[in-house]
Unconditional design. Structure first.
Ligand code: FES
Length: 64
C-alpha cells in the first residue's frame, strides 16, 4: 500500500525503517525516506504506521 503517493513510499518501507533503522518519529523517517514534503497528506498516516510498528515491536520483544 502506498502511504506517500508523491514519492511512492509504501507502508512496508516505513515499517522497515522503524524495525531496521530505529526510526521513531516523522523527523527520523524523513531523514531516511523522502516523504511528506510535497503535499503533506501522508504525514498522519506515516505517523500511525510508525506508532503501530513500535507497539508491535515492543510486544514481540516481551515475548522473546
Ligand atoms: S503523499 Fe506524501 S507528500 Fe504527498
Amino acid at each position: 500500500m502506498y502511504v506517500c503517493m508523491c514519492y511512492g513510499v509504501t507502508d512496508t518501507a516505513i515499517r522497515q525503517a522503524v524495525t531496521s533503522n530505529g526510526v521513531g518519529n516523522i523527523r527520523d523517517l524523513r531523514e531516511q525516506l523522502q516523504l511528506g514534503s510535497q503535499c503533506g497528506k501522508c504525514i498522519q498516516m506515516a505517523q500511525q504506521i510508525i506508532d503501530a510498528t513500535i507497539i508491535d515491536e515492543s510486544l514481540f520483544k516481551d515475548v522473546g
